[in-house]
Design a protein around this ligand. Sequence first.
Ligand code: UD2
Ligand code: MN
Length: 518
Amino acid sequence: IGEKKSVCPILEADWDDLWDQFDERRYLNAKKWRVGDDPYKLHAFNQRESERISSNRAIPDTRHLRCTLLMYCRDLPPTSIIITFHNEARSTLLRTIRSVLNRTPMNLIKEIILVDDFSNDPGDCEELIKLPKVKCLRNDQRQGLVRSRIRGADVAQGTTLTFLDSHCEVNRDWLQPLLHRVKEDYTRVVCPVIDIINLDTFSYIESATELRGGFDWSLHFQWEQLSPEQKAQRLDPSEPIRTPIIAGGLFVMDKSWFNFLGKYDMDMDIWGGENFEMSFRVWMCGGSLEIVPCSRVGHVFRKKHPYVFPDGNANTYIKNTKRTAEVWMDEYKQYFYAARPFALERPFGDIESRLDLRRKLRCQSFKWYLENVYPELRVPKDSSIQKGTIRQRQKCLESQRRKNQEVSNLKLRPCVKIKGEDAKSQIWAFTYTQQIIQEELCLSVITFFPGAPVVLVLCKNGDDKQQWTKTGSRIEHMASHLCLDTDLFGDGTENDREVVVNPCESSLMSQHWDMESH
Ligand code: UD2
Ligand code: MN
């Protein structure tokens, strides 16, 4: 390393004058966290800490040294930055915008388009138009991030679109390497490396560079290490990394290419799944996806959604991912259904126009995608779905779901039929991933000890606390090697047995289970 690729001075504008027109303190003070309130309640991150930190703070430059030696020319085209949000904290929204204004050459920003997805307070967005380059659009009803992004993209005047979440901080020279890659080849869809802004302390943490986006057959996104061979091939740490899928929130795309490829699936609601749809479409229809290590943007990763899903979180996610599977995955969608059997029965709307789009664009098959883009994704041997009741004599395993609770309980109850059908709360699926699933929840044991309760939690792949093996009529918990069992608790009546795990004992009738197909 050493030589500079090209020498172009970067203009740093003096924004002090413009900032004077915006009364930051007033904007922030109007919606501050109050002593006594839970600082996580509204945003699922520490609002109090976010407000303590300046909107203008410095963050560590997390790029590889090599990146600091690359220079990018000024003839890059200005981009439209699109940020959609629903009830974002004012402090994080403002810090997102300030970081953009502070760390981007002004001639590269055509505009910053905020799309307020029907937040409670219109002022969150409107008051920000006093900032340079900032425009504000407000939805008159909740649309979700997909339709909000399309709305922003439709009015964008730049030749490229740059999408950001509303709780980011862009790092030094983040935009130039992205625009540079798109300028070289407009079919590239490019992402920064996403650094982590800690949700408790708001410290800015460098994340690993040698990662790419991947997923499993349940269509759950995950970061993946590059393989040793892929690492060995990377001689230059500033080289872009091709990725099978993008995280979804932060990327640059040529505007005409975005439109040509069919924007987004307009019928996807609120949150989730759109990154799969976009990623499959881009690869299969002639483009590519890459992560550019010299571009860094911090993002506040949260553990849960702070906002309401009008149709329910799980329903929405399944609808969106099912649309993706049905339009793009061809015969391979069977593996999605095998991993998420309850998605089969779910409504997902009309997909005709998206299928038309796929035909019109003459896109490749999903098989092609697997062979050429993501050969590492193993195709399971078995996609059969085993679904039915799990019985102990005349009793059935039953979920006792409670709304808005992360963990639900289980009971052994008399088997119930409603109009000849097994009761929904008593139907389970055994998947090839060795999970026992009902809707989006999985049987799990959280702490291991004889008599430990078996509970229902959100399914998470690769978590051996959620994996079970059937050996004969026993069901063994993989992580603890304990067996599914029932115990008399509480009122001690036979009608209300708790479901637990105990040391495996083949003679015990309470560890004897039958699966009866549905
Ligand atoms: C990730 C992506 C996110 C999106 C999502 C899948 C990153 C860093 N983030 O989830 O961009 O692709 O995966 O769908 O890659 N919002 C609305 N209207 C809504 C709901 C959300 O405008 O009804 C906004 C929200 O304020 C935020 C953005 O959409 O700015 C993404 O939502 P998120 O931050 O809750 O999603 P995240 O980061 O968990
Ligand atoms: Mn986010």
